[in-house]
Design a protein around this ligand. Structure first.
Ligand code: M6R
Length: 399
């Protein structure tokens, strides 16, 4: 099947029981909607970037915010609230916003935010991220933020969804309808908007000049082509081979450093959701503080190591060598050729060269495909994983 040429619009949505029909997905050239949505990501990122840079002045624009520069400058605290995959987009955004603004940003799982005494003032911004815009835990967190007088920015994919009526401003990620329960293109669209938003905040509070803003934007513009490389045959062959190695695993452990840890958390969530195999992500060096005892030497708990861009750092290389020496199967994802790593890893998934801002997009697409392939090998219902629905709308009382 030639995935890359299948670009027709989705013609069939969920049936009356809310489940997606794989036969309908096949009719548009893919085995399922998740795969179709994975392949839409280059254009989704391009769409999200479009019209955000005002070429006349060389600055980013967010007209949705309806907030003055003075009000933005007065912001002292930022909380990000979200669930599941959207919370992972929030974790990537946290570091970006901190880097661009020097403000402290905290990410809270929405269902826990409601229990925590979180100091709010009118100098607090709450960024609520929800693909569907109707996840009840996120709506609950937004309600508390609203009562406490925070300025609320909703980031969502669904126009007119409930979250938009509680927020002071709504930013749409314009990923188009996402049908498969496993979130893919909405995540990369969220990442795009949140990265732009972080740069915008830095620009508005005077931390970034025009040249810096344009340089960041240019780096973002390079992402869609890199995603296309991940979706191309040489990369697919490596991803499929890695999936073969993991399909009978008891558990899959993911290791990385810096924002790669978040990508691994997202990969672990995707793998659990699609394949029902247990998976967990760790910062590579933190793995030595206990979890390394999980490595069983029986080859049924593979370790997947996502190396940050550039030559692998010695510390992470050292951890992977230890893991390997204890008998684990080691799969490495890297954008760089490294002899020592080649000799250590059982398999390598080569990523296109990417910088630290680009890598979360590039690596997550490879790991979405990996999870998808494991699910296929196990015969799972990819678009409709058991016990899950597209939006979790149970409330705190469990209703
Ligand atoms: O619609 P939301 O972004 O609020 O949904 C949040 C989570 O329920 C969602 O991301 C979930 O984790 C995905 N199914 C994971 O693929």
């Amino acid at each position: 099947m030639d995935f890359t040429n299948a670009t027709e619009p989705i013609s069939n949505e969920a049936s009356s029981d809310g489940r997606l029909d794989a036969t309908a997905a096949d009719s548009i050239g893919f085995s399922d909607y998740m795969l179709k949505e994975v392949y839409e990501q280059p254009s989704v990122v391009r769409n999200a970037l479009a019209n955000r840079l005002d070429l006349a002045v060389g600055l980013l624009v967010f007209p949705e915010l309806a907030i003055t520069r003075q009000q933005l400058e007065a912001i002292r605290h930022i909380y990000i609230v979200a669930c599941g995959t959207s919370s992972h987009a929030g974790l990537i955004a946290r570091d970006l916003i901190q880097t661009m603004t020097d403000l402290t940003v905290e990410v809270q799982i929405a269902s826990e935010f409601v229990f925590r005494r979180t100091p709010h003032q009118n100098d607090t911004m709450v960024i609520a991220i929800s693909q569907s815009g109707k996840t009840s835990d996120t709506l609950g967190a937004v309600e508390i933020a609203r009562q406490n007088g925070a300025y609320i920015v909703a980031i969502t994919n669904v126009e007119g969804s409930p979250i938009t009526s509680s927020a002071d401003a709504s930013i749409y990620v314009h990923a188009d309808v996402e049908l498969a329960v496993p979130a893919t293109k909405s995540y990369t669209a969220q990442l795009t908007l949140l990265t732009l938003f972080a740069i915008y905040l830095g620009q508005e509070i005077g931390r970034l000049n025009k040249a810096e803003v344009e340089a960041f934007y240019t780096r973002l513009m390079g992402i869609p082509d890199k995603i296309e490389q991940v979706l191309s045959p040489p990369s697919l062959t490596q991803i499929k081979a890695a999936a073969q190695e993991c399909a009978d695993a008891a558990s899959v452990l993911f290791l990385s450093r810096t924002n790669g840890v978040v990508t691994c958390q997202e990969a672990a969530l995707k793998l659990k959701e699609i394949s029902y195999i247990h998976a967990e992500a760790f910062p590579a060096l933190e793995f030595l503080h206990g979890p390394i005892a999980l490595v069983d030497g029986q080859n049924n708990i593979p370790v997947i190591a996502l190396f940050p861009p550039g030559q692998p750092d010695a510390a992470m290389l050292g951890v992977t060598e230890r893991v390997k020496s204890y008998g684990a199967k080691l799969i490495a994802l890297t954008d760089t050729e490294n002899k020592q790593l080649n000799e250590t890893a059982d398999q390598t998934i080569s990523l296109p060269p990417a910088d630290e801002m680009q890598m979360p997009f590039v690596a997550v697409v490879a790991l979405q495909l990996f999870a998808h392939e494991v699910g296929l090998l196990l015969g799972r219902d990819i678009d409709n994983p058991r016990y899950l629905s597209k939006a979790v709308t149970v409330n705190q009382d469990g209703n």
